[in-house]
Design a binder for this molecule. Structure first.
Ligand SMILES: Nc1ncnc2c1ncn2[C@@H]1O[C@H](COP(=O)(O)OP(=O)(O)O)[C@@H](O)[C@H]1O
Ligand SMILES: [Mg+2]
Length: 234
């Protein structure tokens, strides 16, 4: 039996602005097992980003329970949520969000240097080099991000997301800023990482890329249309 990485029970999210209530998520139930590769797709406004924000502890649900590796994270304080996010979640965004003043190496090292627990210089060097190698970018360690192509920058962002050994990678439209060739390369890297055991949950409106995931969740008006588990899907 595989370990459960993420469990959401009846998660709902209501946004209240002025007189208007928006039910962005309605009773969402999701279980993500270690090694899963899940895509979440659906039309604009269906709740994809809201779901990813809650999964990544960037926002809190209005109702429901959420567990990351057995720990109930439904009602953490902002500080606790930030700490949990830093140690358990790797984010990859459409905009690569790299720091242009830092080398590729230092960008990837950043999450380790911000960890509360002290990490030795040697451990950082080894782990950063390992992650750069995983995304095929070892030869660019001394470059600055703006000396690289968009696809290469996204691969660096993937290495940075991986470096602190997160429980899960949360990926938001990873190819949105890329031409199709670079987009395919980034998707190949994600596929390879998943084959090596990384748990991935990706939001995309591109059906071609959504189909590459092993489990495909479709959202419509804040509700999941299908929730096959990996066990049922194979
Ligand atoms: N901060 C917010 N305040 C009010 N309404 C919001 C907010 N964020 C999202 N919404 C609403 O929630 C619904 C889902 O939005 P979102 O999760 O961004 O959809 P998607 O990412 O699928 O396009 C939309 O109707 C959107 O207008
Ligand atoms: Mg969105």
């Amino acid at each position: 039996m595989k370990n459960i990485k993420i469990q959401m029970n009846n998660i709902s999210k209501v946004f209240e602005t002025d007189e208007i209530e928006t039910h962005a998520l309605k009773d969402i139930n999701v279980t993500i097992y270690e090694g899963d590769y899940i895509s979440i797709s659906g039309p604009s406004g269906c709740g994809k980003s809201t779901l990813l924000s809650i999964l990544g502890l960037l926002d809190m649900p209005t109702k429901g329970e959420y567990y990351i590796e057995d720990q109930n994270v439904s009602s953490l304080s902002l500080d606790q949520a930030a700490e949990m996010r830093n140690s358990k979640i790797g984010f990859i965004f459409q905009s690569f969000n790299l720091i242009d003043e830092l080398s590729v190496f230092d960008n990837v090292a950043l999450p380790l240097r911000y960890q509360t627990k002290k990490v030795t210089k040697e451990t950082i060097t080894n782990r950063v080099n390992e992650c750069l190698s995983l995304v095929g970018m070892s030869h660019r360690a001394r470059h600055k991000p703006n000396q690289l192509s968009g696809g290469q920058q996204q691969r660096i962002a993937i290495a940075r997301a991986l470096v602190a050994n997160p429980a899960i990678l949360l990926v938001d439209e990873p190819t949105g800023n890329l031409d199709s060739n670079s987009g395919d390369q980034v998707m190949d890297v994600l596929e390879k990482l998943n084959e090596q055991g990384t748990t991935i949950c990706m939001v995309t409106h591109d059906p071609r890329y959504a189909d590459m995931a092993k489990i495909q969740l479709k959202l419509l008006d804040g509700a999941i249309l299908t929730t096959p588990t990996l066990q049922e899907a194979i």
